[in-house]
Write a protein that binds this ligand. Structure first.
Ligand SMILES: Nc1nc2c(c(=O)[nH]1)N[C@H]1C(S)=C(S)[C@@H](COP(=O)(O)O)O[C@H]1N2
Ligand SMILES: [Mo]
Length: 407
């Protein structure tokens, strides 16, 4: 008996897939409607009321939108499951899932229709592991000027986790994709609250779906997925915005023509311009589905408006992400971008992961200063110094500025 089957069995026991049905979460739907609603978008109360979740910024209760506070990103390169942000489009989300009867369907343009149990997925297919950032397309939307409609996220609609699961390719091979397949569509157990509204579904081109990196995860940071992050299965599309990372995944349909559903052709489209950038009010722009992420970086140990003694060496540290590839370098400026210094990079956990950086700096004289951090990825793409703008508030990746004071 190999180490693999031993650890696999231990995993099954630990993950509770043998019998657990998350009964502890039964009451969450009732609990959340009693929470106070924020009356102003800048009013951002902290809540710990959601099942399997610690303190998060409450953006909306139904469906839940919960943001990770920035200080969580200072505590480590992986985002703990209980502090990981949450975003759903529709409020009809199962509050309980019976892992014994749960099935993942694989159907459409395939040789053999499948209905896979969790145990079949876990036992019969090779287990893979990947560290990857999950980031909402609208992360940082609240910083857009002029402001745009939608969830007013600051920078916490992102998180980094170690995902364990199976390759989507292996699942598709089990069903046997027929010649002429063009896309694969993914659907989860959540449903719109009214039948006329479009069910949330996303599709990937067949080549991307079969690239061997896209995976179906059954654990996150070594534990079963929190219900609100997609228990029991979710899609992981490394390097792509999380709109494609379908949660509570129970249906995979291979398509022989491009998906024209609302969530592919209307929602989650961006101007086909550099940085998805247009002028406010600009019309007649070609729109395309959002796809790959772009480099970003953040200072995590210094809050806006912090003050330091002038002339004293201070540590700055934070996180960076390369987007659809790794972090090559992170530069830091203590003078509003006039001069830049290279930072020390932390452990490399793979090209789709956050990477920590740190550096020392000294503010030469008293008064106001601007700290900035800039990531350059391994494709030599650096963060821009001018913010982008589009009507959906997508793909912000400008060099962020932290105003501080030297005393
Ligand atoms: N089934 C389902 N999956 C979904 C969504 C959804 O509404 N339903 N929202 C997507 C979007 S837009 C985002 S940003 C991520 C959020 O993932 P998280 O809640 O685990 O952080 O889930 C994605 N997967
Ligand atoms: Mo999103």
């Amino acid at each position: 008996m190999g180490a693999m089957s031993l650890s696999r069995r231990r995993f099954l026991a630990q993950a509770g897939f043998a019998g657990l049905s998350l009964s502890a979460t039964q009451a969450w739907a009732q609990a959340i409607v009693r929470l106070p609603l924020a009356s102003d978008p800048r009013d951002r109360p902290i809540t710990s009321e959601f099942p399997q979740k610690g303190a998060l910024i409450l953006q909306r209760t139904r469906p839940p939108l919960l943001e990770t506070p920035l200080e969580v990103f200072d505590q480590g390169v992986f985002t703990p499951n209980d502090r990981f942000y949450v975003r759903w489009h529709w409020a009809d989300i199962p509050t309980e899932i019976d892992v014994g009867t749960f099935r993942l369907a694989v159907r459409g343009h395939v040789n053999k229709v499948l209905s896979l149990s969790l145990n079949e997925i876990i036992r019969n297919l090779p287990q893979v592991e990947l560290n990857a950032v999950n980031q909402c397309s609208g992360n940082s939307r609240g910083l857009f000027q002029p402001r745009v409609a939608g969830a007013q996220w600051a920078n916490g609609a992102m998180g980094n986790a170690k995902w364990t699961g199976v390759r989507l390719k292996d699942v598709l091979d089990l069903a046997g994709v027929k010649a002429g397949a063009v896309q694969v569509r993914f659907n989860g157990l959540d449903e719109p609250v009214v039948p006329e509204a479009p069910d949330f579904m996303k599709s990937l081109d067949i080549d991307l779906a079969r690239n061997g990196e896209v995976m179906i995860a059954y654990t996150m940071n070594g534990e079963q997925l929190p219900l609100l992050n997609g228990f029991p299965l979710r899609l992981i599309v490394p390097g792509w915005y999380s709109t494609y990372w379908v949660k509570m995944l129970n249906d995979i349909e291979v398509l022989d023509k491009p998906d024209d559903n609302y969530w592919m052709t209307t929602a989650y489209t961006i101007p086909d311009t550099p940085y998805a950038n247009i002028k406010p009010g600009q019309t007649g722009v070609k729109m395309v589905p959002i796809s790959r992420m772009v480099p970003r970086s953040f200072i995590t140990n210094i809050a806006d408006g912090a003050s330091f003694p002038a002339g004293v060496k201070t540590l700055a540290r934070g996180i960076a992400m390369g987007g659809d590839t790794g972090v090559a370098k992170v530069d830091f400026s203590a003078d509003g971008g006039k001069s830049w210094q290279a930072t020390r990079l932390g452990t490399d956990y793979g090209k789709y992961s956050f990477r920590q950086w740190e550096t020392d700096f000294t503010l030469p004289e008293r008064g106001a200063h601007s700290l900035m951090v800039r990531c350059t990825n391994s494709a030599n793409v650096a963060q821009p110094s001018v913010p982008n703008w589009n009507g959906s508030g997508f793909m912000r990746n400008v060099i962020e500025t932290t105003p501080v004071t030297a005393t």
